[in-house]
Ligand binder design. Structure first.
Ligand code: UDP
Length: 321
């Protein structure tokens, strides 16, 4: 397939591009490099520098004609979205509308959308399946849910077929070190803690130790980025076979606390990892763990690299350089 990967120079996008190329697809990356890196576009992928808010440039690239689009171009820091909602609304919602409209005018029917577990908000039950109510606690999650709703309407009105992949917490790096661009100004736990391990940052701030969890720190479902990437390939191939849209969780189905991650990083890197506990971060739920049964059923997908040791050691391989 000929695939356009929008936001393909980012951390997840770089891994998605790699998996698509490995599966024999032809890949073009469209990215404004605001947080992505040119070197994340693995050899064999074509690169077009462009912005999703530039409707003309986006339209011109879309008009080249594609068998499928993967859309990963978004801001993703839950904390920042609560203090700069305008920025998140513009890029994540307006940007998605621009992509959908460009697809409609170019007659392109298939899209894989990177959504998030943040659409669920505080959980009513665990593990979270796709039927769980969607009540985002942070604005980032709201922007992704809005985008999913747009996909659904464009499905009904324009015949668009989509797969919305609700990622739980992406972590780790390509096991062979082929994607090695470090994230810029990261706010997510794994890259932050890696920066501490590598001496790029003094200490880790742990946001809250009074949650109703096993050790008081936040619990998340961390899923290896290569596992996430392979789901994009499966989703595109499924849509080529079946005229059907899908909204699906991607998680490892295991819950790890912040303190468990800190312990694993200390053990694997041999570094001290100075950490101080501060108050909870606005918009953070206590626990988020996935059921990925639907992904197994519909995409034949399951996380295979998402144990804590692989997550940490594959990241450390990149950061220790
Ligand atoms: N977290 C933390 N310190 C940090 C970054 C994150 O304690 O510097 C915690 C956060 O409160 C949450 C977990 O780590 O419990 C994962 O946060 P992240 O931002 O990576 O992902 P999110 O779940 O918010 O999408």
């Amino acid at each position: 397939m000929k695939v356009l990967v929008i936001g393909g120079a980012g951390y997840i996008g770089g891994h998605v591009t790699l998996e698509l190329l490995e599966a024999g697809h032809e890949v073009t990356v469209y990215d404004n490099l605001s947080s992505g890196r040119r070197e994340n576009v693995y050899a064999g992928g074509r690169f077009v520098e462009g912005d999703i808010l530039d409707t003309e440039g986006l339209g011109a690239t879309m008009d080249e004609g594609w068998d499928g689009v993967v859309h990963l171009a978004a801001f993703k820091a839950a904390g920042a979205s609560m203090t700069a909602p305008e920025k998140y609304a513009r890029n994540n919602i307006t940007g998605t509308i621009n992509i959908l409209n460009a697809m409609c005018s170019a007659g392109i029917k298939r899209i894989v959308f990177s959504s998030t577990a943040a659409v669920y908000g505080e959980t009513e039950y665990l593990p979270v399946d796709e039927k769980h109510p969607t009540r985002p606690e942070n604005f980032y999650g709201f922007t992704k849910l809005e985008a999913e709703r747009l996909l659904s309407w464009y499905g009904r009105l324009k015949g668009l077929r989509y797969t919305a992949l609700r990622y739980f917490n992406a972590a780790g790096y390509d096991l062979r070190g082929r994607v090695s661009g470090l994230e810029r100004n990261p706010a997510n736990l794994l890259p932050v803690i890696m920066e501490v391990a590598a001496g790029m940052r003094e200490s880790l701030t742990i946001f809250g130790n009074d949650y109703p969890t096993k050790d008081g720190s936040g619990v998340r479902d961390y899923v290896h980025v290569t596992d996430l990437a392979s789901a994009h390939v499966a989703a595109l191939e499924r849509m080529a076979r079946l005229d059907e849209s899908l909204v699906v969780n991607l998680g490892s189905e295991a819950g790890l606390s912040v303190l468990e991650i800190v312990e694993a990083v200390r053990r694997i890197t041999g570094k001290a990892i100075p950490a101080k506990v501060e108050g909870r971060r606005a918009g953070d739920p206590a626990r988020l763990v996935a059921s990925s049964a639907l992904a197994a059923e519909k995409l034949g997908w399951k996380a295979v690299h998402s144990d804590v040791d692989t997550l940490v050691s594959s990241s450390w391989n990149v950061y220790k350089r």
